[in-house]
Structure formats: structure tokens, C-alpha cells
Design a protein around this ligand. Structure first.
Ligand code: FAD
Length: 467
């Protein structure tokens, strides 16, 4: 009998969630994490949790600054960066302990060691050999830097979290999700922010219309953008960094290089075990199987979608397949993507542009937060909900920019997951006054029936609400 039914390499939201699912199915599970301080993975220690803790601090600062608008008089607030950092670290620490506690409570054996695949489903844990019925690879991803001279002088998403003060100026290289979240939070905290992005659009593959409106809002707040611009060089200069790009240069206090991450497959024994890769990612099928019998892979290392909840979703599927419960395949149609900027952005399914590029005959409904009671009450009226449906009204995707977009997207994900029409979605009774009413109104607008905006001058044929 092997030492374990399942051995998981990596304790991020892919690995630890998979290990718990395995234990709940009655399996003997071991999980390996190479660094004792990194239980919970990138998400908990360097990604989702610490960044959102800082972002929330900046939101509180903004709310207090705007207090007079709501009839509350307070003295001018100040940022206590040390306390903000301490709170972030406290949240991370508590959650790291929580993950370890959950693994323990489920009887999962936690091993702090670097894992490598040996032959078949044997794993070497810092040299100690473990035999296992199945192996699940969940090693995550690491920061990758572009091949530009001096780029290592910039901060990364890891090192920026340790800054000991809020920089007076920051150049963000990369207008993707990580870059824009840091650009947004530091601009809220008072830093002068400039963003350099190689593409002509921020936050690709976000709906270009929404990306354009977002850029306008950020520019109004003072962020300067250089799109379609390549970074040329970074050099050290007088205790600052000099950033050269598109024939210009800036000398900010700090530069953040946020140009992406790559699967963390170094020293994992893939070659030795004969595990096939797809570029730098571990190649998997819809059931999360690699080409080697009994070896599965999930999360960022598969390069499917570098999101924590995708990793957890894949983890549950891989474990169900590995432990022979039943055969299940992953379906990525309704995976929401959230961007924690101010305002927030979230989307699920296809954007209008993607649906049209797929040859779909699309119908689009929109509703602005400026027309929504709850958004007016909150004083957060920027943004909109955009619902994309096919010619028969079936939902293809939803994009939201505005207050609590990252929470609101759950309803759209549910609707898309169950393959309903925009009419069916609008027919669900939405409480008043709430932010989700904007989703119902945008869904109604697919048929030109939104109530709280003036009728469109290009009417579409209405369909009968069902359900
Ligand atoms: P990881 O979380 O990377 O975990 C892998 C773990 O495996 C690590 O702890 C590593 O030490 C360990 N490991 C690696 N190799 C070995 C080995 N050989 N032996 C033993 N242990 C090993 N996603 C979201 O969904 N929402 C967000 O808001 C969000 N914000 C982010 C913000 C930032 C700044 C960053 C960088 C990422 C963010 N992400 C976010 C992405 C998210 O963090 C990842 O998608 C997620 O962590 C991937 O989970 P994973 O389980 O695949 O790997």
C-alpha cells in the first residue's frame, strides 16, 4: 500500500483546497509546502489577501476624506502606513494559521519540504521518498520580468508590499490587473502615478469600451497613461530610478514592474517523470490529468487562468477524478474575473467585442450606476453594467464597472453557469434599493425595456419574459 492516496505539491488556493477535498472523500492525504512561511501560497501571502487588505485601507482613507459630502465633519485624515501595513500583515498571519488549522483538522499531513516528482507517482520531499496513489502538482507561479536592461531595479508585486513609506511618485510598468490595482491604490494614497503599457488598451481582455471609460476616470484622478509604449531601460539615478520609455524618461521615487507571472515548474522533476509541458505551463486535459498516469496538475502552473478561484475549482475536479469518485471535466465558461481598482471592475463570460469576434449575433444591454438609487446613496455613480446576450437572449457575458462590482459579479456568474436568458435574469425580483438592481436593469435593456433610463432611440424587438 502506498504511503498516501494523494500527495499534493504546493499549498496555494489550488493545493490546500484540493487536499481538504481529498481528505473529505476519505483519502490519506499529504501536502508539501517548500517554505514554512508560505502556507496558503501566493494568494494568501503575496497576492489576493495582502493587496486587498491595503486597498481596503486606502478605501477607508477615501471614505473619511469624503465624509463632509455625507454630512459628517472630521479633521483631515492622515495615512499611518505602518499601521496599515501591520493590519495587512495581521490579516495574512491569521489566515495563514487558518489554512494550517483547516488542513490539520481534516487530518491532512503537512510537510514543509520541496517536492519533486520522482518516477511515476513517487515524490521526493527534500530527499525523503513518498509513495502515493496519485500526485497533484499545484506549484503556482512566480514573477517574470521582461528582457529590458535594468528592469531588476524596479519593485515587483512581491517587494512593493514591503515598502516602508508611501512613495511620492511611482511609475507602473504594465497596465494589466496587478499593475492597475497598485496604480489605483497608490493614487488613492496620494502618490503621483504614471502607467506605461505596451498595448493600446488597459486591462486586456476587458471589454475595450469599459477599459476606455476606466482609463478616463483614472486620468481624471491624476494618473498619467502612456499606452502603446515600450519600456526601454531602467537605471539608478540619485537614489531614484530613471525610467526610459517611448523616447521619454521619468525619474520617479519607485518603479513597479508588473508585466506578468510564469508557471513555477523549475526543479519539479517534470522532465525526469516525463510530464509534458505546453510552453512553460504543465499540460493538462479537461479532467486536469497530465500525460503521466496518476499525475494531475492545477492552478497557475497550468496557465489556464491565473486566478485563485480557478485554482480551487480545478483542485476539486482533479481530486474527484484522482480518487475515482467519478469522472468530471472542468468548464471555464463562468469563471469571474475581478479587478480591485477604484471603481472596481468585474466580468464573466464574453465581452461584446469577444462575442462579435466569435461571429455571434449579439444583443447588448447597459445600465449606468448614475441612474441607480443605491449608487447615488453611496455617492458612487461612476460606471455601468453591460450584459451581452446572443440573438435568442441567452447570456454570453456580463461586465460591471462600479461600486462593489467584484461582489455583484457573483449573480452574473450564477446566471451564466445555469445558461439562462437575459429576460429570465431580469425577471428575478431584485430588492430595492440595492446595487444588483443595475444587473436586472441591464438585462432588461437587452430587450430595450430598462425602466430607469430614457427609452433607446434604436429599439430592439422585445422578447416575452419567461420564468
Ligand atoms: P500559488 O498560490 O502560487 O501557491 C503555490 C505554492 O506552492 C507556493 O506556496 C509555493 O511556495 C509552493 N511550491 C511551489 N513549488 C513547490 C515545490 N516544488 N514543493 C513544495 N512547494 C512548492 N487571484 C485572484 O483570484 N484574486 C485576486 O484578487 C488576486 N490578486 C493577486 C494579486 C497579486 C499581486 C498577485 C501576484 C496575484 C493575485 N492573484 C489573484 C492570483 C492568485 O494569487 C493566483 O492565481 C493563485 O495564488 C494561484 O494559486 P495556486 O494554488 O496555483 O498557486
Amino acid at each position: 500500500m502506498p504511503d498516501y492516496d494523494l500527495t499534493v505539491i504546493g499549498s496555494g488556493p489550488g493545493g490546500y483546497v484540493a487536499a481538504i477535498h481529498g481528505a473529505r472523500l476519505g483519502a490519506r492525504v499529504a501536502i508539501l509546502e517548500q517554505k514554512d512561511t508560505e502556507w496558503g501560497g501566493t494568494c494568501l501571502n503575496w497576492g489576493c489577501i495582502p493587496t486587498k487588505a491595503l486597498i481596503h485601507g486606502a478605501e477607508v482613507f477615501q471614505t473619511v476624506r469624503r465624509a463632509a459630502e455625507f454630512g459628517v465633519r472630521v479633521p483631515e485624515p492622515e495615512i499611518d502606513w505602518t499601521a496599515m501595513q501591520a493590519r495587512k500583515d495581521g490579516v495574512v498571519e491569521a489566515m495563514r494559521k487558518g489554512v494550517q488549522g483547516l488542513l490539520k483538522a481534516n487530518g491532512v499531513e503537512m510537510i514543509t519540504a520541496h517536492g519533486r516528482l520522482a518516477a511515476g507517482t513517487r515524490v521526493s520531499a527534500d530527499g525523503r521518498e513518498l509513495s502515493s496513489g496519485s500526485v497533484l502538482l499545484a506549484p503556482g507561479s512566480v514573477v517574470t520580468l521582461p528582457p529590458v536592461p535594468g528592469v531588476e531595479l524596479g519593485l515587483t508585486s512581491d517587494t512593493i508590499l514591503g515598502l516602508d513609506h508611501v512613495p511620492e511618485s511611482l511609475v507602473v510598468i504594465g497596465g494589466g490587473v496587478v499593475g492597475m490595482e497598485f496604480a489605483s491604490v497608490f493614487s488613492l494614497l496620494g502618490t503621483r502615478v504614471t502607467v506605461i503599457e505596451m498595448l493600446d488598451q488597459l486591462l486586456a481582455p476587458l471589454d475595450p469600451d469599459v477599459a476606455g471609460r476606466f482609463q478616463q476616470l483614472m486620468a481624471r484622478r491624476g494618473i498619467v497613461f502612456h499606452l502603446g509604449t515600450r519600456l526601454e531601460e531602467v537605471v539608478q539615478a540619485d537614489g531614484r530610478v530613471r525610467v526610459r520609455f517611448g523616447g521619454s524618461e521619468l525619474q520617479p521615487e519607485q518603479a513597479l514592474v508588473a508585466t506578468g507571472r510564469r508557471p513555477n515548474t523549475a526543479d519539479l522533476g517534470l522532465d525526469q517523470a516525463g510530464v509534458a509541458t505546453n510552453g512553460s505551463a504543465i499540460a493538462v486535459d479537461q479532467q486536469l490529468r497530465t500525460n503521466v498516469d496518476g499525475v494531475y496538475a492545477i492552478g497557475d502552473a497550468t496557465g489556464v487562468s491565473m486566478l485563485a478561484h480557478t485554482a480551487s475549482y480545478q483542485g476539486e475536479i482533479a481530486v474527484t477524478n484522482a480518487l475515482g469518485e467519478r469522472r468530471v471535466s472542468a468548464d471555464y465558461t463562468a469563471i469571474p474575473a475581478c479587478i480591485y481598482t477604484d471603481p472596481e471592475i468585474a466580468y464573466v463570460g464574453l465581452s461584446e467585442a469577444q462575442a462579435r469576434a466569435n461571429g455571434e449575433d449579439v444583443r447588448v444591454g447597459q445600465f449606468p450606476f448614475s441612474a441607480l438609487g443605491r449608487a447615488m446613496i453611496l455617492g458612487e455613480t461612476s460606471g455601468l453594467v453591460k450584459v451581452v446576450a446572443d440573438r435568442d437572449g441567452y447570456l454570453l457575458g456580463v461586465t460591471i464597472m462600479g461600486p462593489r462590482a467584484t461582489d455583484l459579479i457573483a449573480e452574473a456568474a450564477l446566471a451564466l453557469n445555469f445558461g439562462i436568458t437575459a429576460a429570465e435574469l431580469s425577471h428575478v425580483v431584485h430588492a430595492h434599493p440595492t446595487l444588483p438592481e443595475a444587473i436586472a436593469e441591464a438585462a432588461l435593456d437587452v430587450d430595450g425595456r430598462a425602466v430607469h433610463v430614457a427609452p433607446r432611440n434604436r429599439p430592439q424587438q422585445a422578447t416575452t419574459p419567461t420564468g
